[in-house]
Design a protein around this ligand. Sequence first.
Ligand code: ADP
Length: 187
Amino acid sequence: MYLMILGAPGSGKGTQGKLLADHLGIPQVSTGELLRAAVKNGTPLGRQAKGFMDQGLLVPDDVILGLIREILDSAEAQRGVLMDGFPRTVAQAEAVDRILAERGGRVDQVALLEVDEEELVQRLLGRATKEGRSDDNLQSIRQRLMVYQEQTAPLVAYYDGQGVVRRVAGMGSVEEIQERMQKAVRA
Ligand code: ADP
């Protein structure tokens, strides 16, 4: 099963994705986490990505797609995978459709986490104090929300066209939202 979690920055993709992947018994892949690890370790990928991430911009598609091919080729991903933070552009979505089609697969479901914009900003500012992520400052947060609206939100229509979107209300406690997620992907 290939499952994507779609949602704005701060919508809870990582938290909910991890719980849902455990529940489904498939690995979770977060492109954001992989990129942050690469930056921290100073790898070539990290050096390419850092400037974009700090400014709240997307890392270029060709860089991300190299990473995605590697993941989908790995032994752990053969029974399926839950991705959070990918795809983020229509070009990425089209590319992963081609990659999965080569393997006889497809994106089975897309869980869309819906959260009010005011709540998103509050959560991201809260996380900035707690986790000290270098891209959680007001300027980068505004930029990431704008990038989401411009480049990632069009994916909802793209996947609606494939009939795979499951909308999940992303407000409430972590447990409540997780319950909705599990129901949504079962339905
Ligand atoms: P958030 O959803 O809060 O922005 P992520 O961890 O998903 O957090 O992403 C952090 C940053 O990593 C993004 O702002 C972007 O620079 C980069 N990134 C993550 N995934 C992708 C992707 N699929 N394509 C391009 N850039 C990405």
